[in-house]
Design a protein around this ligand. Sequence first.
Ligand SMILES: [Fe+2]
Ligand SMILES: [Fe+2]
Length: 195
Amino acid sequence: MSYEAYLAISREGLLEKMAEQMSTKRLEHSLGVEAAAIQLAKRYGADEIKAGLAGLLHDYAKEVSDEDFLALIDKYQLDSDLKNWGNNIWHGVVGIYKIKEDLGLSDAEILHSIETHTVGSKEMSLLDKIIYVADYIEDGRDFPGVGEAREIAATSLDRAVAYETARTVAFLAQKAQPIYPQTIETYNAYISYLK
Ligand SMILES: [Fe+2]
Ligand SMILES: [Fe+2]
């Protein structure tokens, strides 16, 4: 896969850069999401290069410090409510600013799919859905329900988005964790696909 239509560096160069800022485990997960995203793009007729690159980069900012994320929220004058959340929300929603700064990536569709990969949105593009689902079902994932999620993803991307979001909301509620408003919007927009 060549990503040089979108990046000034080669895929190999990008992998080296990623290895400097994330654990081996996370790099492996990133490669798994790249592969899963390419497969879903083939299955559903999306651009495989965009899907692969978005998959590879989706967790690029996952190991950025809280301090750096708070500085980015100020620098780009993002919604100040973001400061009430944490890394789980920031690494996508704020992470795209780190990706733009570090890599000069400017493709709006790729950036939007990375921005929404954890929280989804009420109107997801095909690429958004592919990255959201690929992150959940890549080969390295092993949790109760992943097999069912993979089966659903092979037949309906909308249903896979609904399944994943319902599981996420239930998981957070069970652990008495707050749920990001955009996640609830995703839930409400997609849950009917599970019926
Ligand atoms: Fe992530
Ligand atoms: Fe991820």
